[in-house]
Design a protein around this ligand. Sequence first.
Ligand code: NBP
Length: 482
Amino acid sequence: MKADIGVIGLAVMGQNLILNMNDNGFKVVAYNRTVSKVDEFLNGPAKGTNIVGATSLQDLVDQLERPRKVMLMVRAGGVVDQFIDNLVPLLEEGDIIIDGGNTNYPDTNRRYAELREKGIRYVGAGVSGGEEGARFGPSIMPGGDPEAWPHVKPIFQAISAKTEQGEACCDWVGKEGAGHFVKMVHNGIEYGDMQLISEAYHFMKEGLGMSHDEMQQIFAEWNKTELDSYLIEITADILGYKDEDGAPLVEKILDTAGQKGTGKWTGINALEHGIPLTLITDSVFARCLSSLKDQRVEAEKLFNNPISSIDGDKAQWVDALRQALLASKIISYAQGFMLIREASEENGWDLNYGNVALMWRGGCIIRSAFLGNIRDAFEANPELAFLGLDPYFKEILENCLPAWRQVVAKSFESGLPMPCMSSALTFLNGYTTARLPANMLQAQRDYFGAHTYERTDKPRGEFFHTNWTGKGGDISSTTYDV
Ligand code: NBP
C-alpha cells in the first residue's frame, strides 16, 4: 500500500506531526537531510507504527500515492527553496508540496506562483502549537493553491486541534501566501498577549508588592473569566514554579527577551499597509528595550526615576488590572484583524475572518475562550471593520474603560513601564475621536512642503495650498515628502 503523505524534516515539529498523522490512520513516509535521523526515528518514537522511511527524495516520491503530497517541516528560508528545487524534477503535474514551516508569506507568494507555472500545487500552511500541539492537535492555517485543498483537507483536519463542539482548528485560509500571512499575525498577537500578561505581573509585583503565590492564585482565578486562555494558564504555572532552593524560578531568569522575527514581520507589514497595529508593534519594541540590559542597568543608576509602590485596596487594583488586561487584549485582536482585512482586500484573498478566529480557537499558543466570541462577532457581521464595535466587545470595552484608565494613569504616576496597556488605551482614545489634531499636521506639511490639505467646508478630494508666509509660491508639491 502506498503512503498518503511524505514529510521531510525530522526535528521536533516534523516527528510529532508524523506521529499525529499515524495516530489518525494515515500512512506517512519520513525523510530527513541527515538520513541517519530517519532510522533513529523509525527505531525510536516511530517503532511499532505504520510510519515508513525513505533514504532519498526519489525513494520518498516513489512510495507516495498520486497526487503525491510532500510536506516540508524544515528550517524556513533557503532550505525550503532547496528542497523544492530538488523535488520538482521528481514530481508530476498535480502533485502537491506543502511548506508547514514559519515562512515569511512573500516567500510563499513567490513559490506558489513559480510552482503553479510548473503544474505543481503549492500550499503554505502555518502550524502553531509547538511540540505538544504538533503531537496531539495543532492549529493549522493552510493557504496557497485551492486545488490542493481537497487532497490535504482530510489529513489536516484530522490531525488538527478541535473545539469543544468538535470543529477542526484548521480550514482553508485563502490563495497564495494567505495561510502564512495569518500565521504571522497569529504570532504577532502572541507577542502582544505575552507582553500584556508580563505588564500585569510587573504591576502586581513591583507596584502592589504581591508574592508569587498570590500572583499565581490571581492568574488561576483570571483563567476562569473571559481571560481564559493557554497563556494565562501557563503564567499561573510559571509563577508557582519553584527552583531547587524553593525560590520562584521566574525571578532567576534574565530579563532580556528573545525573538525569532514573526512579531517584527507583523509590525513591518502593518507599517506597509498603513494599519495602526500599535499594540503588537509596541510589544516587539518592548522586547528590543528589554535586550538593552547593560544600558538599562547603567541608566537606573544614573537616573532618579524609581518605581514607587501603589497604595490603596489591593483587591480593587487587581480587579482594575484584570479589566485593563482584557480591554487591551480586545484592542490587540481588533488591530490584528484590521491588518488581516487590509491584506485580504489588497491581495484579493477573500478571507473569512470568523474562520481565522476558529482556527486559533484551539491548538495554538493564543488559544482562548475569547476567540469563540471573536468568531461569533465576525459571523454576525463579516464586514465588521473594528472588533471593538461588535456589541459584545463594545460593552466590555465601555465597562472596562474607567478601571483601564486608572491602571494606565497609575502606571505613569508610579513609573511602571506599561507600553502595551497604555498604547491600547491611546489607540481607543484616538479611534473614538471624530476630530484629531491632524489638521495641524496637515497645516505644517503644507507650510513647509506645499503638500496641500483638504478643507472641512469643501468636498473631500479637493486639495488646497496656502502661501502661509507670503514668501512661498502658489505651487503645490506632489512628490516631495519628508
Ligand atoms: P528546525 O527549524 O530546527 O529545522 C530542522 C530541520 O531542518 C531538520 O530536518 C534539518 O535537517 C533541516 N535543515 C536545516 Br536546520 N538546515 C538544512 C539544510 N541546509 N538543508 C536541508 N535541511 C536542513 O525544526 P523545527 O523546530 O521542527 O521546525 C520546523 C519548522 O516549523 C520551522 O520552519 C519552524 O519555524 C516551524 N515551527 C516550529 C515550531 C516549534 O515550536 N519548534 C512551532 C511552529 C512552527 P538536519 O536534521 O539534517 O539538520
